[in-house]
Design a binder for this molecule. Structure first.
Ligand SMILES: Cc1ncc(COP(=O)(O)O)c(C=O)c1O
Length: 388
């Protein structure tokens, strides 16, 4: 039978390159090889018990129906309260929109911001779904190369250099995937003001905000009337599979966001939203902070260890669980390097080409989402790489 035609929009959408490596790694695992997984973008810890218990309680009480489209009112209140207490920022609960993960939050917000022919300014490297979503919505991606000298983040000077009139939104991620670096508070304010002066949106992805190992950066929530923030219970709260994230939307756009949410997903998963209510409890926070300390210890070990075996490490990441390492001493083809390291040394990591084009073949991303013992084995194996 002839294959029916898929939409033209899909032609410019790319799959993650790392998926083929992950499939290969799983195959090696199933054959009994001990693969060291440093490609996984999710915590190795399972969801904290108080959150699981809250989800089970909700299900056992028969709470299985839709919540309101914009989310469970109690959860929206709890998140607004979190901004007030933890970030000293006042946002109304009505500005919090609960979504099925921040992946859906990204879809919703980009759908609001992008019209045919317009552009979204995004760092290169960046989390790849953003580029693909912009293209799906008919927009262009203005990929702006960033380097170690600005901690892989945008600055107003860099933005100005690349600016063109088609830009309708700027997207930042802090801490960033793949670099783990954060944007300085003063620069964040400047970029937000710059976007106001240009009459464009600013979208800040704060999904790794809970995982910062030095002083907590300020949130972009409430910075300006054009600034949207997305966040999620996936990473810091260890709830990747529950699919609960959120948007902090400026008030003038709430009606539009409501329309989009109704037609895009109707409501986020109900058990997940009830479970997430327990994320802010004292017992849960204690577990989460212990886990964050463990991630910090892993970061400190891995950063030095990678440098010692020949990767060039110029900016110590302050957050998330990623390191973007210069692998030019090993190869100038990041996919081939990752494929060979997996096949020959059973060490999995993500090639830079998944995150952009600038320097992408000279960089790879390591995720420290596995124990220090495993990281040590991975480093030992990679240190033999030159002998392959
Ligand atoms: C920067 C960034 N944003 C958004 C997401 C989407 O995460 P989720 O949908 O689980 O909240 C991810 C996932 O890895 C990410 O790294």
């Amino acid at each position: 039978m002839a294959r029916a035609q898929v939409s033209k929009r899909l032609q410019d959408v790319n799959a993650f390159h790392v998926m083929s490596l992950m499939a290969e790694a799983k195959k090696l695992d199933s054959l009994g090889h001990s693969v060291i997984h440093m490609e996984m973008g999710e915590p190795d810890f399972s969801t904290p018990k108080p959150i699981i218990d809250a989800g089970i309680r909700a299900l056992q009480s028969g709470i299985t129906h839709y919540t309101p489209t914009l989310g469970l009112p109690a959860l929206r209140e709890a998140i607004a309260d979190f901004y007030l207490k933890e970030c000293q920022v006042s946002v109304d609960a009505e500005q919090i929109i609960i979504t099925p993960g921040s992946a859906t939050a990204l879809q919703l917000v980009l759908n609001l911001m992008v019209s045919e022919g317009q552009s979204v300014a995004i760092t290169d490297p960046a989390y790849p779904s953003t580029h693909n979503l912009v293209r799906l919505f008919g927009g262009h991606v203005l990929q702006i190369p960033v380097h170690e000298d600005s901690a892989w983040q945008l600055t107003t000077d860099i933005l100005e250099e690349y600016w063109n009139e088609s830009v309708n939104a700027v997207l930042l991620a802090s801490p960033s995937n793949p670099t783990g670096t954060i944007i300085e508070n003063s620069e964040l304010q400047k970029i937000s003001d710059f976007c106001v002066s240009k009459g464009t949106f600013l979208l800040v992805d704060e999904i790794y905000h809970g995982l910062v190992y030095s002083n907590a950066p300020r949130t972009a929530a409430g910075l300006n009337e054009n600034t949207f923030v997305i966040n999620s219970f996936s990473k810091f709260y260890g709830m990747t599979g529950w699919r609960v994230g959120w948007i902090v939307s400026p008030k003038p756009y709430l009606e539009d966001m409501n329309k989009l949410a109704q037609h895009t997903f109707l409501a986020a998963p109900t058990p997940g939203q009830y479970a997430a209510l327990a994320a802010f409890e004292k017992d849960t926070q204690k577990i989460l902070i212990e886990r964050r300390d463990e991630f910090k210890a892993r970061r400190d070990y891995l950063y030095d260890a990678l440098e010692n075996i020949g990767f060039k490490m110029r900016v110590k990441p302050q957050g998330a669980f990623y390191m973007y390492a210069d692998s030019s001493a090993f190869s100038d083809n990041s996919f081939e390097f990752a494929r060979k390291a997996l096949q020959d040394k059973h060490v999995a990591f993500t090639p830079g080409i998944d995150f952009g084009v600038s320097g992408a073949n000279q960089h790879v991303r390591f995720a420290y989402t596995t124990s220090i013992e495993n990281l040590k084995i991975g480093i030992q194996r990679l240190s033999e790489y030159r002998d392959i």
